[in-house]
Design a protein around this ligand. Structure first.
Ligand code: LMR
Length: 445
């Protein structure tokens, strides 16, 4: 019997070991003493981003700096609860309701969220052509979409930019969607490899799925210009009649918009890439998140939307998204959604939110200037102009994994090994220390 159980749980990572419990004999203690159920389970590798936070927290050094995770901090390095969120909490407190949300989540929150992406007066919203559900922040929205893609386009693949947020790879891997990559970052110029990106879009089989970062690309801080977005959209365009005569693709664009507001300080402006694709008639998908732009990191509140042909299709797609959610988490949590709908449903609170988003974005821009100036004052032989040219929450510094390791070992500075600096973790108090450390590990490069 025991041998049978052991073999059931053998092998790494994959499938479940359920189904044998019914036939078990003997006491739990006896079973435990034979303890072989999870014998073959090896510790999982540390997450390249969240693992950095764990290491930072474990370091007792008082000078330590965390520029790893993409989470906003104020100029004292403290996490921030936005004033609009505090006010929403006060209003919610008098009106508590702990009932289940529907499987698709808060209708009001989803309605307001769609306006941010598709536009206040979007015809697609009016025509009810968007299938949308509340999701567990941006990660949950991406995962739900990946599962949907696998279920309804089982032979499809996803094209992912190089580089991308590391968790994108995990998400589509676990949804069992094969991954391809497309060129994005140009290391020498520290900018966009636009020509190579366009070639990859052109050469991908018609009808390919592409993951696009709507704004404030993570980890590079490099976005296409408006003109480049227009060209990308043009290359994606479906033109079914001429498809075989001219080289126009009918690709599907899935936008991950985790940082709306952090690129320019204005959420409407940051949705430009999406609006361009909509104007061009694409049927897109969008993952939205309030982790960053409302500071609701731990509330896990976001939205997945898919623009459909018509209302009937949208109803069908939404019902399938709900059916995917039901066995995973049944229905999404209520509190964060209530905060968002309270803020966005009240013109004064929404105005306050927009102001606070701008304050966060501006503080990060200020820190870009300060870091670059400090490095230049130290006489660094390297060019650091990309620090101020890149946008959003991150700077893709160009530092090597070995240089990052030295920063951590010698200076207690924590960041991801790909050289990404979370600009949100820099303050007027630590920017000089950080610049000096960067200079020390890069000056002889
Ligand atoms: C990041 O990129 O640092 C954030 O999106 C946090 C995360 O979950 O990885």
């Amino acid at each position: 019997m025991m041998m049978m159980i052991m073999s059931r749980c053998g092998g790494g990572g994959g499938g479940g070991g359920g189904g044998v419990v019914k036939n078990m004999v003997g006491s739990t203690a006896a079973m435990r003493s034979m303890s072989s159920w999870w014998k073959s389970v090896e510790p999982a590798p540390k997450d390249p981003i969240l693992g950095v936070t764990e290491a930072f927290l474990a370091d007792p050094n008082p000078d330590k700096v965390n520029v790893g995770v993409g989470a906003y901090r104020d100029d004292n390095g403290k996490p921030v609860v936005l004033e609009c969120v505090r006010e929403a909490e006060r209003r919610i407190a008098g009106n508590l309701n702990m009932e289940y949300l529907p499987m698709g989540g808060s209708v009001k929150m989803v309605e307001e969220t769609l306006k941010l992406a598709y536009g206040e007066d979007s015809e697609f919203i009016k025509d009810k052509r968007i299938a949308a559900v509340q999701a567990l922040s941006g990660t949950g929205a991406c995962r739900l979409f990946a599962d949907f893609q696998k279920r309804f386009c089982p032979d499809s693949q996803i094209y992912i930019p190089v580089p991308t947020w590391s968790n994108h790879h995990n998400i589509w891997r676990d949804a069992q969607v094969p991954q391809r990559t497309y060129h994005y970052y140009h290391a020498e110029s520290r900018g966009l490899d636009f020509a190579a990106l366009m070639d990859d879009v052109k050469n991908a089989p018609n009808g390919s799925f592409f993951l696009l970062h709507a704004c404030a690309h993570n980890p590079t801080g490099v976005d296409p210009s408006e003109e480049q977005w227009r060209e990308i959209s043009e290359q994606f365009k479906a033109n079914r009649i001429l498809l075989y005569l001219i080289n126009v693709k009918g690709h599907f664009a899935f936008f991950d918009m985790a940082y709306q507001g952090f690129a320019s300080g204005d959420p409407a402006r940051d949705a430009k890439s999406i609006r361009i694709f909509l104007e061009d008639g694409h049927h897109i998908g969008i993952a939205q998140s309030y982790a960053k732009n409302m500071g609701l990191y731990g509330q896990r509140v976001g939205c997945l939307s898919v623009l459909c042909e018509d209302e009937k299709q949208a109803v069908a797609v939404k019902s399938q998204l709900q059916q995917l959610a039901r066995p995973m988490y049944s229905n999404p949590p209520v509190h964060g959604a209530l905060i968002v709908s309270t803020i966005l449903g009240d013109p004064d609170l929404k105005k306050l939110w927009l102001k606070e988003v701008k304050v966060m974005a501006d503080r990060i821009i200020g820190m870009r200037t300060a870091l670059r100036e400090n490095l230049e004052k130290l006489g660094s032989p390297l060019s650091w102009k990309h620090i101020t040219e890149q946008i959003g929450m991150f700077c893709y510094s160009g530092m090597t994994p070995e240089q990052v390791d030295r920063l951590t070992k010698e200076f207690h500075i924590y960041m991801t090994r790909n050289g990404r600096i979370s600009m949100a973790g820099i303050t007027t108090g630590n920017v000089g220390y950080l610049a000096n450390a960067i200079h020390e590990v890069t000056k002889s490069a």
